[in-house]
Design a protein around this ligand. Structure first.
Ligand code: PEP
Length: 281
């Protein structure tokens, strides 16, 4: 996935009719964790109403605390895939934390007649889970969204991407999601979107930003705009090709990361802001 100077070849791929490359931009707004069928449907209906064809939906949640909600797993896959089919959502970014989840996703999609496509997400806690990377790399059906490891060097995370490619799957998007610091507040992580052009210079991968998990709350700046929206703007102006962002119809009811979710009424303005920032390219 590494690039040579001025190498503009193969900077992306098309999946299920949606192009992903270093020159375009896709927004993946959606639920951090799938909780109810109704919330899934409301989220996708809102996306469809605003011309969106991609979303994020977490069925398998890697939690720091074993007693926290771990996601509904396979049970919730039909809620997601059927709703995606109804609303013409073509790509669902979904984290997998174990090789068996790929099989579960594949089986469910097959049973439903493949109403949508899935982008397999590797979370920041699994960036160096080499056996998982190899298993995901061995399959060619689904593209991969690889999160940067929050406590390792950029080069180590880029090597993790090579694990996917070396097993045969080079349809990889690299996601910046903030780095751990000792501070933790007011942002959960140190926003690292200044590395968007760096990753594009060093590799041929499209680059995603995750302002929700970087900032970790939707607190507003003095201008009334959530700081995570400011961070999004910075990342998009810097050249991000994908935005992974948490929304929820009722953030106060969300089972995971409610405080960082934007509301559906904020969706049109968010999409417009992203479009305006992208127009600066
Ligand atoms: C997520 O996107 O749902 C998530 C858990 O992100 P990260 O792996 O970056 O913490």
């Amino acid at each position: 996935l590494g690039r040579h100077r001025d190498d503009r070849r193969h900077t992306g791929f098309t999946y299920n009719g949606v192009p992903f490359d270093q020159d375009n931009l896709n927004v993946f707004a959606g639920l951090c964790a799938v909780d109810t069928e109704r919330h899934v449907d409301a989220m996708m209906a809102a996306l469809a109403a605003h011309g969106q064809h991609c979303t994020r939906m977490g069925a398998y949640k890697p939690r720091t605390n074993p007693y926290s909600f771990q996601g509904y797993g396979a049970r919730s896959l039909p809620w997601v895939f059927e709703a995606a089919g109804r609303h013409d959502i073509r790509v669902v970014a979904m984290e997998v934390t174990h090789e068996s989840h790929i099989e579960e996703i594949d089986t469910c999609l097959e049973r439903l007649g493949r109403p949508t496509g899935v982008m397999l997400q590797v979370g920041t806690r699994n960036t160096q889970n080499f056996e998982l990377l190899k298993a995901i790399g061995r399959q060619r059906e689904y593209p991969v969204l690889l999160k940067r490891g929050f406590g390792i060097t950029l080069n180590e995370s880029l090597n993790a991407a090579e694990y996917l490619a070396s097993e045969g799957n080079a349809n990889v998007i690299f996601c910046l999601r903030g780095m751990k610091t000792e501070l933790g507040h007011p942002h959960r992580n140190m926003v690292d979107f200044a590395h968007v052009p760096t990753v594009k210079r060093l590799t041929r991968m499209p680059v995603c930003i995750d302002p929700s998990h970087s900032v970790g709350n939707r607190d507003a700046a003095p201008d009334g705009i959530p700081e995570l929206v400011h961070a999004t703007a910075q990342g998009v102006v810097a050249g991000a090709n994908m935005v992974l962002v948490d929304f929820h119809p009722h953030p106060e009811k969300a089972l995971v990361d409610g405080p960082q979710a934007l509301t559906l009424s904020e969706l049109p303005r968010f999409l417009e802001d992203v479009r305006l920032c992208h127009d600066t390219w």
